[in-house]
Design a protein around this ligand. Structure first.
Ligand code: HBI
Length: 357
């Protein structure tokens, strides 16, 4: 098929500002290309596609970024900057899309406009919802679209989809990773890891507290989105507990991540999936996570990591002390079976075909 994939309007692909949706975009595009589909990516200017996606055509738009949906009040009205990137994306997709012969459009933005346009668009729009519930406006737009045609929506996990009012069982796609990009590490160092956007909904403070309790250093990878929050976490533990490693491209991240005894995953919100959980598993690193959101569904307790009662830092630390019992090879094996690009692309293709009948 000829497929248009529309990226997030919160930042350029490769900038790290798009968070997990950047990884999803590249996995989905590379997976569809590998299955012989022709793919065009519509993203913010300055976006960079990884080598695995270079066979895709890149369309770019300029305009002001959309405000991150999860950092607004739940009751906030729908807002778009007057010169918004979101509007530019969808004007181009709907004006040029039909002439370009796209049989389907996959939207990766967590925004109101593309959802609202779907019933009146000249092209079939499909939406991979990338977060749990963060606003009333999006909850309503998702519920209304699901009532119109639930086949146009897909989610990363069942627990994420449960946040929304859906008339039928949702399409659940998981996510996909390029295993060649992740090296397996059999022998860890006395080091714990945490990865993700450094922002309140990600709960870094709990992982820091657990590492301090255990007297182990905690390497922190990710874009510091909220400086004040990061400073507060740094101040909450003894100096030297946290090693701020910054936002690294995958090849550098996986090289460092593999040395961890465990990845701590401490979401405060209903994390839709938890890319970093699977990235750690791909390196052979067991995951100790709160039994919450996508990580609570992805981590196989006792096999690929340990799940603890959400927000219980003492239980988190106690579980980390037990993680040596987890077979590191079993962590990578789980990813090979459940979260490769090929698995994701098969599921995406089936989703589109089902929605087009
Ligand atoms: N906020 N408005 C808006 N649009 C997005 O596409 C978006 C977002 N916040 C976060 C985000 N996307 C991604 O980081 C997550 O979906 C992974």
């Amino acid at each position: 098929m000829r497929i248009l994939v529309v990226s997030t309007p919160v930042g350029a692909l490769g900038s790290g500002r798009g968070g997990g949706v950047e990884l999803t975009a590249c996995a989905l595009v590379a997976g569809l290309l590998a299955r012989g589909h022709r793919v065009t990516v519509l993203a913010a200017e300055e976006s960079v596609l990884p080598t695995s996606c270079l066979a895709a055509e890149l369309w770019t738009c300029c305009g002001s970024s959309q405000t991150s949906a999860q950092h607004q009040q739940r009751s906030a009205a729908i807002t778009m900057p007057a010169d918004g990137l979101l509007q530019a994306f969808w004007r181009r997709a709907l004006l040029e899309g039909p002439g370009a012969g796209f049989e389907a459009v996959i939207n990766l933005a967590y925004d109101w406009l593309p959802l609202w346009l779907t019933p009146l668009a000249p092209l079939p729009l499909f939406h991979l919802v990338s977060m749990g519930s963060v606003s009333e406006a999006m909850d309503l737009a998702i519920a209304e679209l699901a009532a119109w045609d639930h086949r146009r929506l897909a989610f990363h996990t069942r627990v994420q989809a449960e946040d929304f009012c859906l008339p039928q069982a949702p399409v659940v796609l998981g996510n996909g990773f390029d295993l060649d990009a992740y090296g397996f590490c059999a022998e860890p160092e006395p080091l714990l890891g945490w990865a993700g956007r450094v922002a309140p909904e990600k709960g870094l403070e709990d992982a820091a507290a657990a590492a301090a309790q255990l007297g182990l250093p905690l390497a922190v990878w990710g874009l510091v989105e909220d400086q004040a929050y990061a400073a507060a976490v740094e101040a909450s533990v003894p100096a030297g507990t946290l090693q701020w490693r910054g936002f690294l491209p995958t090849n550098q991240l996986q090289q460092q991540l593999g040395h961890c005894q465990a990845l701590l995953n401490t979401p405060k919100w209903n994390e839709a999936y938890g890319n970093v959980v699977v990235e750690a598993l791909a390196c052979g690193v067991p995951v100790v996570a709160y039994r919450r959101g996508g990580p609570g569904e992805l981590v196989q307790h006792g096999l690929t990591g340990l799940l603890v009662e959400p927000d219980d830092v003492t239980a988190l630390a106690a579980a980390v002390a037990q993680v040596g019992a987890i077979e590191r090879r079993a962590c990578r094996a789980w990813v090979e079976a459940n979260a490769t690009r090929a698995v994701l692309a098969e599921r995406v293709e089936a989703w589109l075909l089902a929605g087009l009948t």
